[in-house]
Design a protein around this ligand. Structure first.
Ligand code: URA
Length: 441
């Protein structure tokens, strides 16, 4: 078989066989196929697409390109969760303890933030002492004892995806439904959980900007999951506004704690209850309505917050920070952003809000960039709120006032203030399962 012929076949709109896909993945992972040929194939797939069968085959080859985590020594149904990435998305910190407090095992490998989106590993590392890198046995032991552990992606998990994702990032081939679906699902399959809940973000802060594309991506991933015997559900959630009020690592941990204490922002609480309910449903804890009640109950009775503290303790973090947020390292500069005019906060370009938080120091442009854990934004006004000129729209936290002034320009560009009120938009747009798509519109 020649790589040249595989590329030409896809370029001309052909359907690749399992053997051709396996040949490509093996050759690429072992360094026998060079980046320039892999790039050509990625672009051909980007332009020509893939059938559902090809996407499933690519996912399988990528998942099996490295180690597979075997969670069978941990009792019970293990449920994983994955978000396609957003701004202010601290849901894992809330949802994982809720379900773990009801006996569902969560052995989760999370990522770091890149570009305008945040990552759970960075948020957890803002808790002093918290270890996101654990050997396999310690990770399993914590999942068995506490019920939940969240670590960074470790070992040789889906190395084909690691190489291909880096290549796609620099060859303008990220935004392709079969390539995103296979990238995400290969990692989820290799990570070993029995059931998978996907949080597919849609809107200006998401990879998928339209509901139609988000549903297509969700359907593709659900179909792959079901194909390999992992029951999978996807919720399409809104990312046309930051989730909650806090954007930035330590700020988001504090907001997650407030939410677990029952005092979180309404939007964040609603999305978390729905995600937790779906994870509980996947773990066969009852009908969805019952699972929603169970999730709310674990917030009200304090058991979910207690579970987060147990996990933080088990992974070496300083638990008292969660009880008393004043203990987090305080930012050097606090800078208030006033409203430029009267009116209703009508829209927020969420990607620009994420970029503003990166400019404050909360994220990284390149993988090796350092992070300022205390940096970020707290929104004082949300979409639909009326503001008067000069009223505070947001508080910025950073190490330098200069960074705040740069971020202020980006943030103000993200906002649209109008005289009329915006129409309410649902936070959960759709639920996609093996039974089809249920929309809320
Ligand atoms: N997240 C991933 O893991 N892969 C993609 O291709 C896009 C988002």
């Amino acid at each position: 078989m020649r790589m040249y012929d595989v590329i030409a076949k896809k370029r001309d709109g052909g359907t690749l066989s399992d053997e051709e896909i396996q040949f490509f993945i093996d050759g690429y992972v072992h360094g026998e196929i060079p980046d320039y040929q892999a790039s050509a194939l990625m672009m051909a797939i980007f332009l020509r697409g893939m059938t559902a069968k090809e996407t499933a085959s690519l996912t399988r080859s990528m998942a099996y390109s490295g180690d597979l985590v075997d969670l069978s020594s941990i009792d019970g149904i293990k449920v994983d969760k994955h978000s396609t990435g957003g701004v202010g998305d601290k849901t894992t910190l809330i949802v994982a303890p809720i379900v773990a407090s009801l006996g569902v095992r969560v052995a989760k490998m999370s990522g770091r933030g890149l570009g305008h989106t945040g990552g759970t590993v960075d948020k957890l590392e803002s808790i002093p002492g918290f270890r996101t890198s654990l050997d396999r046995e310690t990770f399993f032991e914590i999942v068995r004892r506490v019920g939940v552990s969240v670590i960074g992606q470790s070992g040789n998990l889906a190395p084909a995806d690691k190489k291909l994702y880096a290549l796609r990032d620099v060859t303008a081939t990220v935004n392709s439904i079969p390539l995103i679906a296979s990238s995400i699902m290969s990692k989820k399959i290799a990570a070993g959980s029995d059931r998978i809940l996907l949080d597919v973000k849609t809107g200006s802060g998401a990879f998928m900007k339209t509901l139609e594309d988000s549903i297509a991506l969700a359907k593709e991933m659900v179909s792959i999951g079901e194909h390999v015997g992992r029951r999978t559900v996807a919720l399409i959630t809104d990312m046309d506004r930051p989730l909650g009020c806090a954007i930035g690592n330590a700020l988001e941990v504090r907001e997650a704690c407030e939410t677990l204490r029952g005092n979180g922002p309404e939007d964040l609480t609603e999305v978390c209850v729905e995600l937790a309910a779906n994870m509980l449903w996947l773990a066969e804890k009852g009908e969805l309505a019952q699972c929603r009640d169970l999730a709310k109950q674990q917030i009200e009775n304090g058991r979910a917050f207690a579970k987060l503290k147990e996990m933080v303790q088990a992974q070496g973090g300083v638990v008292r920070m969660l009880e008393d947020p004043a203990q987090f390292t305080q930012p050097k500069v606090c800078y208030e952003v006033p409203a430029p005019r009267d009116g209703f906060l009508y829209t927020m370009n969420t990607e620009l809000c994420g970029i503003a938080s990166v400019e404050l120091g909360a994220g990284r442009e390149r993988k090796e960039d350092p992070i300022d854990f205390s940096a970020g934004i707290v929104l004082r006004k949300k979409i639909g709120d009326f503001v008067q000129k000069g009223q505070i729209l947001a508080s910025f936290y950073s190490s330098e006032e200069k960074k705040c002034r740069i971020a202020e320009q980006t943030f103000l560009q993200a906002l649209c203030i109008q005289d009329k009120m915006p129409k309410p938009v649902p936070l959960i747009h759709a639920r996609v399962s093996a039974n089809g798509v249920e929309t809320s519109e």
